[in-house]
Write a protein of this length. Structure first.
Ligand code: ATP
Length: 251
């Protein structure tokens, strides 16, 4: 059966303006994008072009100045702060460059924390299954400080996957990793889309990471300049070069 594509995340006419004193900077300048359900999209562009701001607004971590964000049919501007926090916790997963693990908690405690905060029962079998799939079966009782960057990022992915989120937002998830760990992390994200039907939106500077996605959205000066479907590493690198971005920055 062919699945009908739908927009898991849709942003419309998104504008974000920052004011410092009397100066105003428009960081998102009327962005309209749809991220289809069950797909993996990379967002690329020069430093300062607005990628992280887009991700933060699309994920309900920041409010746009104007425009709308709809996730799985829910319009975020209609939610007050408490409802937005609940929505993020229940429906979204996050993976950041800085893994954001709690250092005093074990791997098992870290990955079950969002569910526990949400008052949901955590199924032990599901925890074991996810840790096993991510190659962390022997680390359930380890604390993050005793793990490599690649392992810590896999814990962050396990934490994101355990809540069975509709959408996973990732900001430079491989930015701090060596190429071997980065490849493992990208494969796990790819499998979450191809195997489990998750939707992923990932900001990256790395053409290799972007080539794992189904599509790349290129940003410049707060606007979408191009979308490439089935991206290849060389084509992505070439497009980034024309946008004046240093390719593979941060790696
Ligand atoms: N809270 C804030 N207050 C003021 N300006 C901000 C704030 N957050 C971001 N900016 C500005 O918005 C612009 C876009 O930032 P953003 O982080 O979205 O870019 P980016 O494309 O993700 O960059 P990078 O690739 O370097 O991470 C930058 O000029 C930044 O200084």
């Amino acid at each position: 059966m062919t699945r009908t594509p739908y927009s898991a995340v849709a942003v419309r006419d998104l504008v974000k303006t920052y004011r410092t004193g009397s100066a105003a900077q428009t960081v998102l300048d009327g962005v309209t994008l749809a991220f289809p359900g069950g797909t993996f999209t990379a967002v690329m562009g020069p430093s300062g072009s607005g990628k992280s701001t887009l991700l933060q607004c699309a994920a309900g971590l920041d409010r746009p100045t104007s425009g709308s964000v709809t996730i799985e049919g829910t319009e975020l501007s209609g939610l007050d702060e408490a409802a937005l926090t609940r929505f993020r916790r229940d429906r979204l997963g996050f993976v950041f460059q800085a893994y954001n693990l709690v250092p005093t908690l074990t791997v098992r405690q870290n990955v079950t924390l969002p569910a526990e905060l949400a008052g949901r029962r955590v199924d032990d079998t599901a925890v074991r299954d996810v840790l096993g799939r991510l190659g962390l079966a022997d680390h359930a009782d380890t604390k993050p400080a005793a793990m490599s960057g690649g392992q810590q990022q896999r814990v962050a992915i396990a934490r994101a996957l355990l809540s069975e989120p509709a959408v996973i937002f990732a900001d430079e998830p491989t930015g701090a990793l060596d190429s071997r760990s980065a490849a493992q992390v990208l494969k796990l994200l790819r499998d979450a889309v191809s195997g489990a039907g998750r939707t992923i939106v990932m900001v990256t500077h790395d053409p290799v990471a972007a080539s794992v996605a189904d599509a790349v959205v290129f940003f410049a000066d707060g606007r979408v300049v191009e979308t490439v479907i089935d991206p290849r590493v060389d084509a992505v690198a070439a497009r980034m070069a024309t946008l004046g971005a240093p390719v593979g920055a941060g790696r």
